[in-house]
Structure formats: structure tokens, C-alpha cells
Write a protein that binds this ligand. Structure first.
Ligand code: MG
Length: 379
């Protein structure tokens, strides 16, 4: 069975606000019409019906997409008919089935589309709908004037699906004035099956609907955590470099680079969040060019790698473990320096310290250990 799709995008309504019709406005980073098209990507033949003044603009919006643009008519029914006639004219032959969908429903779930297509096995027409559950009132001048029985009432959605030949014939002979294609089908005597709709399948009508649609269309934020741990031993000297700050001490830290144990831990935390190994993988200690290197080079590389992969660093937290030197008096300078290197605000960077209660190698003052955590987010 060959199934084609007609997306009706000929409306010029601006009830949703904005200077251009709602289907061309952006939601979650791209035009509504492209989101809607993406929901039907599994169907090989898609016709989009647009109004004459929108034709040129629409051809830019759909550039690179395999769709046929068709000029719409004076009203919705005329536009749908234009889409159906274009399908009937196709060189490869008319389709067996057609789905007719409102462009302003960009969040339609796959399950709704599947339900419509499946129902066409047994019915010449099928459409999704949701039974009305709210009480129904009539009202005038701001007052309730009556209630209506909601039994048997449904809120209609799209895509509405049809066997192609009968719906084309129904449109060709319809006198006009139909609310939708279901009415056109029923006026021609076709049975229309009701299949489950979805609350997600909202029709963008008001400005608030854009925010609701964006929530449904935007992928969940990608949040990553990484940890880093590093140790450097003491050797004779008169200062250490910790988180980019030179701190006077009775020893130095031994290492291939400047042995900035804190900056190394933070750098490894960022690599870790990216699943990109560690400093040693990107800057092999066997390579003499990194001898005595300023560890900023490593940290900047990790930050750039994160940015290149689309991640923003949300925060880093580093704990230095040593009995001496005292870190507290230098912590503010360390956070300032680290935030500067990473292009972050100072309040996104934490440097703190602890002793190990004179236990272990840090307690015996044989060296300094550091551990760090980094949070990366891809919006
Ligand atoms: Mg190291």
C-alpha cells in the first residue's frame, strides 16, 4: 500500500502572534512546518499546501527536503483538494492511502499516526480524537447560560486518513463549507473510524501553545558528570603551583609538567565527563614538548574539547588533600585563576582543601592529592 501525506499549511492566520503565520515561526529552534514534516519522514511522498504569497518563502524553508509544494485555494477544503489533485497527477501513480494533517500540529506522536494507518485496513477513513471529559457550558456576556451533555462528544485531531480514490472523489463533488476532511468523507457516505488521539497532539493556536510545543519537541537536556584524581610527590624546592597559583612552601611538587595537581584533577574531570580519557592520552608524558609545561595548556584543551562537542561547563569542584601548605589563604585566588582559564564565572568554580588527619602519604607530607568533579550540560 502506497501512503502519501498532505500537510495543510495554507493558513495565513496570525492568532498565535508574530508577524508571520504560525507555521513559519520557530519553535524549539526550527520552523513549526519543519517539525511537522519531520513527523512524517517515514512516508516517501509528502505534499505541502501553502498559500500563493508564501510559496517562495516556503520553498526556502523546505530547501533540501523531499517535499512537493502545492499552491492552496481560497479555503481549507480548496487547499486540501489542491494537494489531493497534485497526488492524483503524480507520474508514479496516485497513492492508495492519504493522510491529511494540519501543519499546526507539530507534536503528533508516532502512535497516533500508526493508529490512523492501521485503521484504514478495515475502514475507508479514520481519524484521531479524544473524548471530551470537561463539562460543557454555553455562555454569553461572561455568564454561564446553560450546560450541554458531553456524552459522545470528541475533540477531533489530525492526521485524518483516507483511502485515496474515495476522498478525492468526495472533495471533487463536495459543495463546500465542511469543517474538515472527515465531514467531506461523511457527506460522501464514507464511514470514519475514530482512533485514539493524544493530548500531545496539540494544535498551535495561541502564543502559549508555542511554549507547550517547545517542551514536547525539545530533547531532554544532556547532563554529564566527570571525576578526576591526581597525586604528585614532593621534591626539594621552595614553592608549589596549585590551581594555577604559586604558593610558597618548603618543598616543590615533582612532575613532568608544572605538577599542578589540582588543575590536573579538574582537567581529568572534564575529560571524564566527555568520556575522553585523561591528560596522559592527550598530552603523553613521553613527549618532551610537555616537560615543565604550564598546566593551563591541558585545562584549556579540555574546555575547548567540551565546547567543540556542544557542552557547556556548569561547574567544577576541586578538593586538595594535604597537611601543608595551607590552602585557605590562596583559595580565592585559585578560584579566580581557574574561572579565568575556563571562561566561567567565579561562582562556577570551587577550590577547597582538607587534611588527611596525618594519615597516609598526604598525612606524612610525602605529596599532595587532589580530586575534582565537573558537570557539563548540552542544552
Ligand atoms: Mg598530574
Amino acid at each position: 500500500m502506497k501512503t502519501a501525506v498532505v500537510i495543510v499549511a495554507a493558513g495565513r492566520g496570525t492568532r498565535a502572534g508574530g508577524p508571520i503565520a504560525k507555521q513559519w515561526q520557530a519553535v524549539a529552534g526550527r520552523p513549526v512546518a519543519l517539525w511537522t514534516l519531520s513527523k512524517f519522514s517515514r512516508f516517501s511522498q509528502v505534499v505541502v499546501v501553502v498559500s500563493a504569497p508564501d510559496l517562495e518563502f516556503a520553498s526556502q524553508v523546505f530547501a533540501g527536503h523531499d517535499v512537493q509544494l502545492v499552491q492552496g485555494g481560497a479555503d481549507r477544503a480548496a487547499s486540501v483538494r489542491a494537494g489531493l489533485e497534485a497526488l492524483a497527477d503524480t507520474a508514479s501513480g496516485a497513492p492508495d492511502l492519504v493522510l491529511i494533517h494540519d501543519v499546526a500540529r507539530p507534536c503528533v506522536p508516532d502512535a497516533v499516526i500508526d493508529g490512523v494507518v492501521a485503521a484504514l485496513d478495515a475502514s475507508p477513513a479514520a481519524a484521531p480524537a479524544i473524548a471530551v471529559t470537561d463539562a460543557l457550558w454555553t455562555g454569553a456576556d461572561g455568564k454561564v447560560t446553560g450546560t450541554r451533555d458531553r456524552t459522545g462528544l470528541f475533540r477531533a485531531q489530525t492526521p485524518q486518513g483516507f483511502h485515496f480514490a474515495p476522498i478525492l472523489a468526495a472533495h471533487r463533488t463536495h459543495p463546500g463549507g465542511a469543517a474538515d476532511d472527515v465531514q467531506v468523507a461523511r457527506d460522501a457516505g464514507l464511514d470514519v473510524a475514530i482512533v485514539p488521539g493524544s493530548e500531545q497532539n496539540l494544535k498551535i493556536t495561541t502564543p502559549e501553545d508555542f511554549a507547550r510545543a517547545a517542551k514536547l519537541l525539545e530533547p531532554d537536556m544532556d547532563v554529564r558528570l566527570g571525576n578526576g584524581f591526581d597525586v604528585h610527590a614532593f621534591e626539594p624546592g621552595d614553592h608549589v603551583v596549585l590551581c594555577g597559583v604559586k604558593v610558597p612552601h618548603t618543598a616543590a611538587l615533582k612532575g613532568h609538567s608544572d605538577a599542578d595537581v589540582g588543575m590536573h584533577a579538574v582537567t581529568d574531570a572534564i575529560y571524564g565527563a566527555l568520556a575522553e580519557g585523561d591528560i596522559g592520552r592527550h598530552f603523553p608524558p613521553s613527549d618532551p614538548q610537555w616537560k615543565g609545561a604550564d598546566s593551563q595548556i591541558f585545562l584549556r584543551h579540555a574546555v575547548e574539547l567540551a565546547a567543540a562537542k556542544g557542552y557547556a561547563i556548569s561547574n567544577v569542584d576541586c578538593t586538595l588533600i594535604c597537611e601543608r601548605p595551607k590552602v585557605g589563604p590562596h583559595a580565592a585566588a585559585m578560584m579566580e585563576k581557574m574561572s579565568d582559564i575556563m571562561g566561567l564565572r567565579v561562582d562556577q568554580v570551587s577550590v577547597k582543601a582538607t587534611t588527611s588527619e596525618k594519615l597516609g602519604f598526604t598525612g606524612r607530607e610525602e605529596g599532595i592529592a587532589a580530586l575534582a568533579t565537573a558537570t557539563l550540560v548540552k542544552p
